[in-house]
Design a protein around this ligand. Structure first.
Ligand SMILES: Cc1cc2nc3c(=O)[nH]c(=O)nc-3n(C[C@H](O)[C@H](O)[C@H](O)COP(=O)(O)O)c2cc1C
Length: 316
């Protein structure tokens, strides 16, 4: 085993590239694939603390972890201290390595409920929640934030210090405010300021679009790890510092098939194939696959036809 690059409290992390939480993408098959390609830690997408307690079918599916899936951070969202603590205890029992708390999601349906990035408007509540989570679970508790609610309230340094003082073991920072959603550019200098302000490890998130960006964001922020989000979709090779145009089609084919097979095993053939399409769109970029073939792939309804189709264009 290699020397750890950093520790999340007592949990060694053997690399600096981390799969960011990506709701709608980070299911068990994708997380495992990214770990196999070299991600040093993977996150679930955000999970509702109250839905976990009610045992919703969607949460049950999102909480089906694979024994090989380590280290794994499970991300919760919510704003009620007691509900979050109960949900944290429930997910800890499933064998996760890290409990992460979401303070960055800016989706209207999340912030309307006072959850996600809406919490950045109430740093004292963040402190109470994280203190309670730390007291409740044995695994390290971490947090993911944005820079603030909007340009007039960029309170990331205050929130970062509160998280550290409340016992958080690591902090991930997406370098945008909530009202920016995904527009503009991530402010890597603000992430650097967070790294300077706290002693716990900090992960940098935002706009790592290609392998060369990894060393750029590391140099600019001095962060312990780099989160890779959108750039990992359809390109698990990014965890080996490779961009899609540098991965020949012949090398992509077995990975596409393995990823799809695992999705079909996990979700069943109907849902697995449909949910795979958004990954597939990316896998097919920078190839000579024709528009017609692309359409045939994306409309494919069963694994056998898909496999035959992939093999038929394997020589392109
Ligand atoms: C489709 C999608 C889903 C996301 N889901 C989550 C989530 O569940 N929890 C979270 O903290 N961030 C979520 N994010 C934010 C990412 O983790 C990341 O911070 C952001 O995309 C910036 O990084 P990138 O430029 O590498 O994608 C999501 C982003 C996208 C595009």
């Amino acid at each position: 085993m290699t020397t750890p690059v950093f520790f999340i409290r007592d949990l060694p992390i053997h690399g600096s590239l981390i799969l960011a939480p990506l709701s709608g993408y980070n299911d068990q098959p994708f997380r495992r694939l990214c770990l196999e390609f070299g991600a040093a830690l993977v996150y679930t997408g955000l999970l509702s603390a109250s839905a976990i307690l009610y045992g919703s079918q969607r949460s049950d599916e999102l909480l089906r972890f694979h024994p090989d899936e380590h280290p794994l951070a499970c991300q919760l969202f919510g704003s009620d201290v007691d509900i979050l603590a109960k949900a944290a205890r429930a997910v800890e029992a499933l064998g996760i390595d890290v409990l992460d708390f979401n303070m960055g999601c800016a989706e209207p349906k999340i912030v309307k409920g006072g959850h996600g990035a809406a919490l950045l408007k109430d740093p004292a509540l963040i402190g109470r929640i994280v203190t309670q989570l730390v007291a409740t679970v044995r695994v390290p508790v971490t947090g993911k934030i944005r820079l603030g609610w909007d340009a007039g309230s960029r309170n990331y340094l205050e929130v970062a210090r509160i998280l550290e003082d409340s016992g958080a073991a690591m902090l991930a920072v997406h370098g945008r405010t909530a009202d920016q959603q995904y527009t503009g550019r991530a402010d890597w200098d603000a992430i650097a300021a967070v790294k300077q302000a706290v002693r716990i490890p900090v992960l940098a998130s935002g706009d790592v679009k290609c392998a060369a960006d990894i060393s750029r964001i590391q140099a600019r922020t001095g962060c312990d790890g780099v989160m890779i989000g959108r750039a990992a979709i359809g390109n698990p090779w990014i965890f080996q510092y490779r961009d899609l145009p540098d991965v020949p089609w012949a090398e992509r084919v077995p990975v596409i098939l393995e990823h799809l097979r695992r999705m079909v095993d996990f979700h069943g053939e109907y849902l697995g194939l449909r949910r795979f399409r958004k990954h597939l769109r990316r896998y097919l970029t920078s190839t000579d696959v024709s528009r017609q073939q692309r359409r045939a792939f994306l409309q494919c309804e069963d694994l056998a036809t898909f496999t035959a189709l992939l093999e038929s264009v394997a020589g392109v």
